[in-house]
Write a protein that binds this ligand. Structure first.
Ligand code: NAP
Length: 325
């Protein structure tokens, strides 16, 4: 298209369209494992990394329950290994983010920051993001003491008073990690028992640096340039109190990254994409893998397994089409 403005001729380049057999959205364990399997099926998959290369797993300091690594493995290191292995068989990993998708007809159209992909099949592995407490001061002080990632920000809290909110595996695992830095780590949980697994619980209970405040919630984060105080409320008595703190780490669950698929794919009430045991969604040729469709297991190994399954199904789907055409 050509525009003429005050005698100056402006020519806009047509948006580059790229046709691919398999497009994988997301570069966490699910996406990169899907890419590995699709690459080994010679489908030359393209992976769009999204904003978080390696997904949430890459933010985890050490992963101790991924088989094959008896001494544990760094989250980002494992992500790099997944990527290297997928690339070895012909996957292309693009540092690009899908902005919108059109699933009304095939090939499916995915518009990114850099162009448009037309995909014969799609594997959605866009994962989930950390929930916020949604209390006063939280947004203002994010990056100034409020954090959702211990691996990223723990270092800034050497000899500081750190507070962790949450009672699940993430909260307890990250509280244990933060004891490397903080002078103290206080876990605030809204009930009086943890949701976290027993192994993590026992480790936390026997760590002298970790204290617990039960039956309490944080209602406000106070500070100007940095966090100074947290306002707490006892969930049983309603009593309010102040707790001096330098850092607040929030680990209270996740929300799936499915906004751009709303109205196009079937989802549950929490926004997780619905799929059958074959990772098939409500649209032919669109498969899912990992936390975007799993609010239950949420493990690196289960996400990777779902990625493999989704790619196997995508391969069969494309093969059937070739045979029939
Ligand atoms: P989670 O299991 O959903 O736990 C969230 C925690 O935050 C719960 O303790 C919950 O309290 C609390 N919470 C939720 N909303 C809150 C609010 N508004 N205010 C205060 N507290 C709030 O989430 P997760 O810990 O991120 O774990 C997610 C999944 O990943 C789980 O399946 C977990 O097993 C898995 N995971 C596994 C590992 C591992 O195996 N090493 C590590 C990390 C995560 P209630 O307990 O009262 O509901």
């Amino acid at each position: 298209m050509s525009l003429s403005l005050s005698g100056i001729s402006l020519t806009s380049n047509p948006v580059e369209e790229k046709h691919v057999k398999v497009l994988v959205l997301g570069s966490g364990p699910a996406g990169l494992t899907a890419a590995l399997y699709a690459a080994r099926a010679e489908l030359e998959p393209v992976v769009l990394t999204g904003t978080e290369l390696g997904g949430q797993a890459a933010l985890t300091h050490t992963i101790e329950n991924y088989p094959g690594f008896p001494d544990g493995v760094g989250g980002s290191e494992l992500g790099e290994l997944f990527q290297k292995q997928a690339e070895r068989f012909g996957a292309t990993v693009e540092f690009d983010t899908a902005d919108s998708v059109d699933l009304s007809e095939r090939p499916y159209k995915v518009t990114t920051d850099n162009g448009v992909y037309l995909a014969d099949s799609l594997i959605i592995a866009t994962g989930a993001r950390s929930n916020h407490l949604e209390i006063p001061g939280e947004i203002k002080l994010t990056g100034k003491g409020v954090s959702y990632c211990a691996t990223c920000d723990g270092w800034f809290f050497k000899e500081k008073r750190v507070v962790v909110v949450g009672g699940g595996d993430s909260a307890i695992e990250e509280a244990l990690f933060l004891t490397r830095y903080g002078s103290s780590v206080t876990v605030i949980h809204r009930r009086e028992s943890l949701r976290a697994g027993k192994v993590l619980q026992n480790r936390a209970f026997s760590n002298p640096k970790i204290k617990f405040i039960w039956n309490s919630v944080v209602t406000e984060v106070v500070g100007n340039e940095k966090v100074t105080t947290l306002k707490l409320k006892d969930t049983q008595t309603g009593l309010e109190s102040d707790l001096e703190a330098d850092g607040l780490f929030i680990f209270i669950g996740h929300t799936p990254n499915t906004q751009m698929f709303k109205g196009q794919l079937e989802m549950d009430e929490l926004g997780y994409i619905q799929a059958n045991q074959y990772m098939e969604t409500s649209k032919p040729g669109v498969f899912v893998a990992g936390e975007v469709a799993d609010s239950h297991f949420r493990q690196v190994i289960t996400s990777a397994g779902m990625g493999a399954a989704a790619a196997i199904q995508a391969t069969q789907f494309l093969e059937k089409e070739t045979v029939l055409s």
